[in-house]
Design a protein around this ligand. Structure first.
Ligand SMILES: C[S@@+](CC[C@H](N)C(=O)[O-])C[C@H]1O[C@@H](n2cnc3c(N)ncnc32)[C@H](O)[C@@H]1O
Length: 279
């Protein structure tokens, strides 16, 4: 799209590239490319990633059958398919990466869910949908790529029906993060800035959202990046059939910056939930 901002175009080029597509699809977690929630019993990346989706769905207690959900920055659509199968709802996936959207449509068709999961090429900064259409706005680890998170929050408010719920995760900077320490973190995936728990709560207050809830689990971000890094190291030669060596080396170094920043409490990650007032 010609009207995307520079930050949005950067994210689009990054996720459309063959290297990123192969890395995320083969190493990061397959259908789910967000931060997983690990436990003593759950060590595998795909199982931990699925657990994050489960936990978020449970926090919506529960999703009523027939609910209309919009997933912002939907990746390969793993969460959308899981939600449709588990809760008999419909999900509109918004994603600016055409490469990921093609895979999403293929996977969705293969699972016979094409009537429940709709995929649109678009930016969540400018949603091509009418007002008050959705019962739930869902998003996982996508808003970090935005250059205008205030606009994203306004778009969420616009498309959500009164009484609808907002649930999302986002790798953020901690509210008390010192100036300048996160540049190596931004550089891994060409970020411009990060949101913070304080920023999202302030935006929610401005929009009049209620029932704010933040389940802070930054240790899961650290564990997830460690697990992805281990996987990348152990499957390096297999991945080199799909991804160039320079990308792999930069990714290994970049993931370590995120692990260090998370371990130093410069980052914050968890599940945020709000509700728009009304019925
Ligand atoms: C880390 S991935 C997470 C994908 C998915 N939510 C998941 O959990 O599997 C970030 C996603 O955000 C998408 N994205 C980034 N900026 C976007 C924007 N402005 N509008 C729509 N999608 C965006 C990317 O294309 C990518 O699919």
């Amino acid at each position: 799209m010609d009207n995307y901002s520079q930050v949005v175009k950067t994210a689009q080029d990054y996720y459309n590239s063959d290297d990123a597509d192969n890395f995320y699809f083969h190493i990061w977690g397959g259908e789910d490319i967000h931060i997983g929630m690990y436990s003593d019993a759950i060590r595998k990346i795909d199982e931990a990633s699925q657990r994050t989706v489960d936990t978020m769905a449970r926090l919506l207690d529960p999703i009523a059958p027939g609910s209309r959900i919009i997933d912002l920055g939907a990746g390969y659509g793993g969460a959308a398919r899981y939600l449709c199968k588990s809760f008999d709802c419909s999900v509109h996936c918004i994603n600016l990466s055409e490469t990921q959207n093609d895979r999403n449509r293929e996977l969705t068709k293969a699972q016979g869910l094409q009537d429940s999961v709709i995929v649109t090429d678009a930016s969540f900064e400018d949603l091509p949908v009418e007002d008050a259409q959705y019962d739930v706005v869902w998003s996982q680890d996508s808003f970090l790529h935005s250059g205008d998170r205030q606009k994203v929050m306004c778009e969420i408010d616009r498309v959500l029906r009164p009484g609808g719920k907002i649930i999302f995760t986002d790798p953020m900077q901690a509210d008390d993060c010192p100036e300048g320490v996160l540049q190596p973190v931004y550089d891994r995936i060409h970020l411009d800035s990060l949101g913070s728990p304080g920023f999202y709560h302030q935006q929610a207050e401005l929009l009049g959202w209620q029932n704010a809830h933040y389940e802070e689990m930054t240790f899961q971000l650290v564990q997830h990046y460690q697990r992805v890094r281990e996987e990348l190291q152990s499957r390096r030669s297999e991945l080199l059939q799909h991804v160039c060596a320079d990308y792999v080396d930069r990714m290994l170094a970049g993931l370590q910056h995120w692990i260090d920043a998370g371990s130093n409490d410069y980052l914050s990650w968890g599940i945020l939930r709000f509700q728009k007032p009304g019925h």
